[in-house]
Design a protein around this ligand. Structure first.
Ligand SMILES: C[S@@+](CC[C@H](N)C(=O)[O-])C[C@H]1O[C@@H](n2cnc3c(N)ncnc32)[C@H](O)[C@@H]1O
Length: 262
């Protein structure tokens, strides 16, 4: 074996692309368990959507589209969008394999008003709470507002907890500092993921180190992502969303929050 090439992703967007590339490659290993986790995570959301009587849903941080597929299977007119080009490349393949037709398109939150071809009764995100700056929260909220029908609902993950330091400490206490997935081989590529967690004032920074072995070549790709980012209280979301025009913002069961467009 000759030199080892190490690539460190330069920003969050490249880190997501790298993560999704290797997640898709290794999906045989984790997919069955992930479907179960996604079904559990979506249960309170589906119960909420049924009470809100919405028909169409945009999953605006869809990743590979697992939740989007579950929305479609639950009978919603579902579409998926995400900033990651890699995720949006693979999501249609997942949907096809699951026997559902879903439109997926690439869009950051701040591009939704120009990239969406229609309006929705509901926009859902499991990533809005992970946004890094208050300015981007407001910009994203304005874009989400613009693609909702009148009386449309934006549903997102949020916590009612005010003491964020305590939440970070709890998360850190219950989290492995270090984890190694068993090596996975497909064709000539063998991949091993090492995860190293770091506590920061904004949450937990997860370093995903992918060790990629090919004949005569060893590479490493490092994708660092805040997982989770713990930076915003419900009051922060309330303020940002009302600045964007939403009328009412409230917490519901299962750490879901709802913002209502007038
Ligand atoms: C936690 S993952 C989503 C997981 C996915 N919903 C699932 O259930 O498997 C967060 C997603 O948010 C996307 N994302 C991050 N920043 C974004 C932005 N500014 N605009 C749109 N998507 C973004 C990432 O590319 C990533 O796919």
């Amino acid at each position: 074996m000759n030199e080892v090439k190490i690539h460190v992703c330069s920003n969050e967007s490249e880190s997501w692309d790298t993560l999704w590339k290797w997640r898709w490659f290794t999906r045989d290993v984790w997919e069955a368990e992930y479907w179960k986790e996604e079904q559990i995570a979506l249960k309170p959301v589906l119960s909420l959507l049924s009470k809100l009587k919405v028909k169409s849903v945009l999953d605006c941080s869809c990743g590979l589209g697992y939740k989007t597929v579950l929305f479609a299977k639950a009978g919603y007119e579902a579409e998926g969008s995400d900033a990651s080009a890699v995720a949006i490349k693979y999501a249609p393949q997942l949907a096809k394999k699951q026997g559902v037709r879903i439109r997926f398109f690439r869009s950051r939150y701040d591009e939704l008003s120009s990239k969406c071809k229609r309006r929705y009764d509901c926009v859902w995100s499991d990533n809005f709470d992970e946004i890094s700056t208050y300015e981007y929260l407001v910009t994203s909220a304005r874009n989400i507002y613009s693609i909702l029908n009148p009386n449309g609902k934006f549903v997102f993950c949020a916590s009612p907890e005010k003491d964020l330091k305590k939440v970070i400490e709890n998360e850190w206490k219950n989290r492995k500092r270090f984890d190694i997935d068993p090596p996975y081989k497909k064709g000539i590529i063998k991949i091993t993921r090492v995860e190293v967690a770091e506590k920061t004032p904004e949450g937990i920074l997860e370093h995903n180190i992918f060790l990629i072995e090919e004949p005569e070549l060893l590479r490493a790709e490092i994708a660092s992502l805040m997982n989770p980012r713990i930076k915003w209280t419900f009051e922060d979301f309330d303020k940002a969303l009302k600045t964007a025009g939403f009328r009412k913002v409230y917490m519901t069961e299962g750490n879901c929050a709802v913002a209502v467009k007038p």
